[in-house]
Design a protein around this ligand. Structure first.
Ligand SMILES: C[C@H](O)CC(=O)C(=O)O
Ligand SMILES: [Mn+2]
Length: 343
């Protein structure tokens, strides 16, 4: 594929999706150091918030080391060029969170919904646009909708005021043809001025290939994460994406070696465990399960003795989606009881 001359905006997820494997415990010092490193490497847009978005601090999603306000207030003044985005899931984040982020200098708001529920994003997208923010609609678990279905959802978000729509492979389940079908269909259906983005998870080892497939059919914003720090087997590693793009003649504006150093010197040392495609992360991709369920399933394995892999397969079979985190423990409990009865 010849992608020479294309320009993309790399959007870094280390300090938001990376909060999942850190159990939302990144310190302010780590956050500032990594954000400054990303900025110096030329990353144009950096996402900062609880892993589940603004307002995610809760029993259901986990309490972070610091509030969204504290992270944003610590990082934003330290950046020279990079802009900051925040994720917001309606139902978790409120319009007040959105206003707080705007007041602290957040440039981009990404309003995330399940891929069949764009209608719940109207209020937040409308408010972000009213505030003059770069406003993105983020359709999660995109493998669970057809290209035609995604087009309808993307059009809704566009009609509410989003100037960019993301196809989000939350489970890392898509293969390049599936990415092309979805991103390509959405590209054809939206206004030419509406940008398209793609967010990958590397659970099947396809994050780079899928990101290139998305660029091929019109995505201009691509998410990455330094050293891949993100839910499941992580996101598209930003440093690998930048190197591959450089070789292919795709412009990112990011320094190939500086971003490697951020990954190696600042991000790998803070990992609580290696971000890799272990059997559980692979099962997320294989069974099409929401990336951030991984640690919940591993915890349930410890508590109820149900192997995380079996639990994840069952969650996939039941079609569980983000927001149903409380059902993970319920499912493990019922599987454990069923085993006890059968014994
Ligand atoms: C709340 C999720 O972590 C958002 C995301 O990054 C995804 O769906 O993938
Ligand atoms: Mn993600």
């Amino acid at each position: 594929m010849d992608l020479r001359g294309k320009k993309i905006t790399v959007h870094d997820m280390t300090l938001r999706d990376g909060m999942h494997p850190k159990r939302h415990q990144i310190t302010l010092e780590q956050m500032v150091a990594i954000a400054k490193g990303l900025d110096e490497a030329g990353v144009p847009l950096i996402e900062i918030s609880h892993g589940d978005g603004l307002g995610g601090a809760s029993v259901n999603y986990g309490f972070p080391a610091h509030s969204d306000e504290e992270y944003l207030a610590a990082v934003i003044p330290k950046l020279k060029r990079a802009k900051v985005s925040a994720l917001l899931l309606p139902g978790i984040g409120t319009v007040d969170h959105l206003k707080m982020a705007h007041e602290l200098g957040v440039n981009t708001i990404r309003v995330a919904t399940h891929c069949t529920e764009a209608d719940v994003s109207e209020q937040h997208i409308g408010m972000a646009r009213k505030l003059g923010m770069d406003t993105v609609g983020f359709l999660m678990m995109a493998h669970m909708n057809t290209p035609e279905g995604l087009v309808q959802q993307a059009k809704l978000m566009e009609s509410y005021g989003a100037n960019c729509i993301y196809v989000t492979d939350s489970a890392g389940h898509l293969l390049p043809d599936g990415v092309k079908a979805r991103v390509g269909a959405v590209r054809e259906a939206l206004k030419p001025e509406t940008e398209l983005g793609f967010h990958a998870h590397n659970n099947l080892g396809m994050a780079i290939a899928n990101s290139l497939a998305a660029i091929e059919v019109g995505a201009v914003r691509i998410d990455g994460s330094a050293a891949g720090l993100g839910a499941g087997a992580g996101n598209t590693p930003t440093e690998v994406l930048v190197a591959v793009c450089d070789l292919m003649g795709i412009e990112t504006g990011i320094d190939v070696f500086k971003i490697q150093d951020v990954a190696e010197d600042l991000v790998v040392p803070i990992m609580d465990f290696p971000i890799r495609i272990d059997r559980d992360a692979l099962t997320l991709g294989y069974a099409g399960v929401y990336g951030s369920f991984l640690l919940f399933a591993k915890r349930a394995e410890q508590k109820y003795g149900i192997p995380a892999r079996e639990l994840l397969v069952e969650l996939g079979r039941r079609g569980m989606v983000g927001g149903q985190e409380d059902m993970i423990e319920d499912t493990a409990l019922s599987m454990a009881k069923a085993r006890e009865m059968a014994a």
